[in-house]
Design a protein around this ligand. Structure first.
Ligand code: AMP
Length: 280
């Protein structure tokens, strides 16, 4: 497995791969990898000849008040895991190379970024779309794999891919969960053992929604009330940022839930902001 840190070298390697007639699969990550990330790498390996995994904690997608400085890092462990999952190249660019001092060009998806995560984190998606556009330009992938865990991000990046005409097959892979249902996330490392138990509250709330819909309830307001109770029952101090019912592709709010509606929520548990979602 090759480790590349320079943008120029990554561009040259991508050109060489394409020159040999091989296809490229891209999996962008911020590192501190878990089984969720590894499932994307395995999926990319099924889709393409050469899999490039990027590790880049992207400053542009963090607000000044967020956890950029303390975001967990483990480069050695990540490299080992990527190799185990079948990655071929790890691309680890430096922030100063991705965003040189005079950097001033951003890619922004306008409408889809106004709601949900975008409403709570106004500059977040601009950072995500800008860095992924740069990664697409540098690595020239044939296939890119993203996680449903970050549902709105996946939809926004799909829109960007279509709008800018990238010739990239775009795959959204399912969320990988811990045994108790908590969606795997690098941020789960912030919890003490006791807090970690409370972090299940998002999954419990989603299960509550799923059960209600399966028993015939359609009113989003009613389901939301029960979800709020479920969160509070598992984590009394949790602060709910939002609970939303949306159409998968348009992210439009849905008042009468139907099969296929996406329920998503963001909750702050002991200071850690977690997101999760489920297809109802
Ligand atoms: P991150 O390192 O958090 O930026 O995530 C990199 C990619 O991994 C994104 O496409 C995420 O949606 C995806 N991802 C994160 N957590 C999970 C998970 N639990 N299951 C599947 N994919 C995930």
């Amino acid at each position: 497995m090759q480790i590349i840190r320079s943008i120029k070298k990554m561009q040259a390697a991508a050109r060489q791969i394409a020159g040999k007639g091989q296809t490229i699969g891209l999996v962008p990550t911020m590192g501190f990898l878990h089984e969720g990330h590894l499932s994307l790498i395995r999926r990319a390996k099924k889709e393409a000849d050469v899999v490039i995994v990027t590790i880049f904690v992207n400053p542009a997608q963090f607000a000044p008040t967020e956890d950029l400085a303390k975001y967990p890092r483990d480069e050695k462990g990540d490299i080992r895991k990527i190799e185990g999952a079948g990655g071929d190249i790890v691309f680890i660019p430096k922030a100063i190379d991705v965003y040189p001092e005079d950097f001033q060009t951003y890619v922004a998806v306008e409408k889809l970024t106004q709601t949900l995560e975008g409403a709570s984190r106004p500059t977040h998606f601009r950072g995500v779309t800008t860095v992924v556009a740069k990664l697409f330009n540098i690595t020239r992938p044939d296939v890119a794999v993203f996680g449903m865990k970050d549902y709105q991000q996946a939809v926004v990046l799909g829109q960007m891919t279509r709008d800018l005409g990238y010739p990239v097959k775009y795959i959204i892979a399912p969320t990988v969960r811990e045994k108790d249902g908590l969606a795997m996330s690098s941020r789960n490392k912030y919890f003490t053992a006791a807090q970690r138990i409370e972090a299940r509250c998002l999954y419990y709330a989603l299960l509550t929604a799923k059960e209600m819909v399966e028993s015939g309830v359609v009113a989003a307001g009613k389901i939301e009330r029960e979800m709020r109770s479920a969160v509070k029952a598992s984590s009394p101090s949790a602060q709910i940022d939002y609970i939303a019912f949306t159409d998968f592709a348009t992210l439009r709010t849905i008042k009468r839930v139907a099969k296929g509606t996406i329920c998503s929520l963001a909750v702050r548990v002991h200071g850690v902001r977690l997101i999760d979602n489920m297809k109802l």
